[in-house]
Design a protein around this ligand. Structure first.
Ligand code: FUL
Length: 728
């Protein structure tokens, strides 16, 4: 079919369409194309499958949260069995406004509530089960968390999404027909009473052991058990604009294939559900896939990853959190971040602060687009029509775009800054309403009159952001390639992001020389002594001697912007140059050796689970300090690699003058919460004691208690403690 605009008034056109000379119809249409000297330059034909209007709206949201809150919050579980009494649900300060306020301030566009997790507990008063919020004492059983959140989202300009777990470990009829009726009804309830919903979420965990009304069984279900086709139809009839997370070809969004928030560097929004899709290609999508199924990358704010609140879990560091932006949104995926309100019903303040800090950091990183206001010259643009000129990439809207003429599938944009500029971020967006087409791009800069490649990549899609090594130039050139008949680009950005001011990391080896590391380009200031005032801080220029041990505080400063990191402090033990291991209950060879306990490296481990097998606690080691020392405490660095195997949680310390007579322990106890917070443990003696020999006895370890793993031991000298007012 061929169409031509015969007459045009403003953007209204009389269009005649014909096939082989036979006129099919004549229409008046509102043109998206451009009009050049009497002729309409038509927009590019859609390439392959394109997003629906609902998916396009979803793409633009980019970043939203996934709230896990319920009985698990009170029991410290990830997957409740379904047998916990609703009585445990006792928030003292549950206020969904606080959730929405935090999400909004953190830059999110919506919140998805896990309205029912696998334990079957419903956060809205469902009529399908008694295992709901109505069975709790909160608001005398008249509360409705979903209702509250829906109102809070409206108040703070956020969209609402809903997750209802298909697997229900509480429901007596799970695995049978009645449960399916109830499960479908649950969707009807949540999609009828709470206003518009932007996304419905289907998790993958299904069937297995559960309480099931007291049966306490394992129940398996068949692939078709949930009758998802009916669920999807129901959802479409109630909330046509909602996109489906994982499982539908229509208005679908695909799981990126991991829960670590990492999309593929190559990431097509096209995919083939149920056919060739396996875990490995979820992050990358499928070029030319049959369906528009863009990736959603989910992970948690807590690290190590937990979906539900844990007493001592911590949010990701600014660096980790910022990285996530680039591995999700920066790679053509949306970013769905798990948030975990605590037992009081609030998102913990430290998590809120982490969200704000990440937003602030990203706003700084992508603050000034150096391409705005610069002349951009395209190697070609669509029949020279102004509507497709390169200026459309920097006009502040992604609704307009630069496009090439049909047949031009490789083209470039040259930006002349007129002066030297420095940048380290490249941001690109395709006009995906007409499909995703770019499969190769290259950025070059002109240096000494020659073009040098700075970076290259594969796909772009809705959005692609690359972090580059800093480069300075007065001219840059972007080249795009595609297999499609032509190219489109709706946005180009080059930014000069300031460095992340992460807290400095301090380290001291066996010799007691302290070194401090910070982000590249940062300047570090440090002070020795526990109580340091601003005047005590000096500029760090290289490792310094702290052989006697003591406290060091430090912060990093960005000399360009003046931004400072938080101040961090660390207590260093005395130097270990003259230390010797004099005995131990077990030492395997090589990387499990007991010598690693005093090698000054916090990452190497003494392990009693070597090739010869696992040796369970108690396991001890004796150390000669080389001289008599007035000892006021000990330090013990646990394994920090995320594993709990051999993680020591109970200990004893002994002292001796001759290395033979030890007496009773001078200190014994528990490293409480070591599992959640595996940081260096400091043990203080109530009264300093003189000794030359020290014995450490690991009396219990986590996991199976069948081996011992410790990274480093240290000694705190009494003189330092007095000097630094450390005495309890
Ligand atoms: C998974 C669930 O099993 C997890 O508990 C969590 O809810 C995550 C978002 O989805 O499938």
């Amino acid at each position: 079919m061929f169409c031509k605009c015969l007459h045009r008034l403003s953007n209204i056109c009389e269009v005649k369409c014909h096939i082989n000379g036979t006129v099919l119809f004549v229409l008046l249409v509102v043109m998206a194309g451009s009009y050049v000297s009497g002729e309409t330059v038509s927009a590019p034909e859609p390439y392959g499958v394109v997003p629906t209007a609902h998916q396009l709206t979803w793409h633009e949201m980019e970043y939203y949260g996934l709230i896990h809150y319920g009985l698990n919050t009170y029991t410290g579980q990830e997957w409740g069995y379904g047998d916990v009494s609703p009585d445990v649900f006792k928030p003292t300060d549950l206020n969904t406004d606080q959730w929405a306020r935090a999400a909004r301030a953190g830059g999110m566009a919506g919140l998805i509530l896990v309205a029912k997790h696998h334990d079957g507990f419903c956060l809205w008063p469902s009529k399908t089960t008694e295992y709901t919020i109505a069975a709790t004492s909160w608001k005398d059983g008249k509360g409705d968390v979903l209702g509250d959140l829906s109102r809070s989202c409206k108040k703070y300009g956020l969209k609402l999404g809903v997750y209802i777990s298909p697997w229900d470990r509480n429901h007596a009829e799970y695995g049978r027909d009645q449960y399916i009726k109830d499960y479908h009804e649950q969707w009807r309830e949540v999609l009828t009473h709470y206003g518009p919903v932007f996304e419905v979420w289907f998790d993958g965990a299904n069937g297995g052991t559960g309480y099931y009304g007291g049966a306490r069984q394992r129940r398996s279900i068949s692939k078709d058990y949930y009758q998802f086709d009916k669920v999807f139809k129901l959802i479409k009839s109630l909330q046509p604009q909602a996109v489906f997370f994982n499982g539908s070809d229509v208005d679908g969004v695909r799981w990126v294939g991991n829960e670590t928030g990492v999309a593929g560097e190559t990431n097509w929004s096209t995919f083939n559900l149920n056919e060739t899709s396996d875990q490995k290609i979820r992050p990358t999508g499928i070029k030319g896939g049959k369906f528009w199924l863009p990736a959603e990358a989910d992970t948690t704010i807590l690290y190590p990853k937990k979906w539900f609140y844990r007493k001592n879990s911590r949010p990701r560091t600014l660096k980790q959190f910022t990285d996530l932006y680039y591995t999700t949104i920066g790679r053509n995926a949306s970013f769905n971040l798990g948030l975990s309100p605590g037992p009081d019903g609030r998102i913990p303040e430290r998590d809120v602060q982490a969200m704000l800090a990440q937003k602030k950091q990203l706003d700084r990183e992508l603050a000034v687009n150096l391409v705005r206001g610069v002349t951009i010259v395209a190697s070609e643009f669509r029949e020279s029509a102004p509507a497709y000129s390169p200026g459309q990439c920097i006009d502040g809207t992604t609704k307009t775009y630069w496009a090439t003429s049909d047949g031009i599938n490789e083209a470039s944009l040259t930006m002349d800054f007129g002066k030297e500029v420095a940048f380290n971020r490249l941001l690109l967006q395709e006009y995906i309403a007409l499909g995703q087409r770019v499969d190769e791009f290259t950025l070059e800069v002109q240096q000494a009159g020659k073009w040098q490649k700075v970076v290259g990549g594969t796909t772009i899609g809705y959005k692609r952001i690359l972090r580059l090594n800093p480069v300075t130039t007065s001219k840059a050139r972007l080249t795009l390639k595609t297999d499609a008949p032509c190219l489109t680009l709706s946005h180009i950005g080059l930014y000069n992001a300031p460095i992340i001011m992460t807290e400095p990391v301090m380290h001291s080896g066996r010799e007691g020389m302290v070194s401090i590391h910070a982000s590249d380009g940062a300047v570090v200031f440090y002070a020795v002594g526990e109580k340091s005032s601003a005047a005590d801080f000096n500029r760090y220029s290289g490792p310094f001697d702290l052989g006697k041990g003591g406290h060091v505080s430090a912060y990093a400063l960005d000399p360009v912007t003046g931004w400072k990191s938080d101040v961090v402090s660390k207590l260093f033990g005395i130097a270990k140059v003259n230390w010797k291991i004099t005995g131990c209950s077990c030492s395997h060879e090589g990387d499990a050796s007991v010598e690693r306990l005093i090698d000054g490296d916090d990452h190497t481990m003494w392990r009693t689970d070597g090739k010869e097998g696992r040796q369970p606690p108690p396991q001890w080691v004796t150390i000669d300090l080389g001289e008599t020392i007035n000892i006021s405490g000990f330090t013990c660095m646990p394994r920090g690699d995320g594993s709990f195997v051999g993680l020591v949680d109970r200990y004893e310390f002994y002292l001796s003058h001759d290395g033979t007579h030890w007496g009773s322990p001078v200190s014994q106890g528990e490293f409480s919460n070591i599992q959640n917070n595996p940081i260096e443990q400091v043990i203080r003696l109530s009264t300093p004691q003189k000794a030359r020999f020290v014995k450490f006895n690991a009396t219990h370890a986590l996991e199976a208690n069948d081996c011992v793993v410790v990274c480093e031991l240290g000694i705190v000298r009494a003189v330092d403690q007095q000097k630094e007012n450390l005495c309890p």
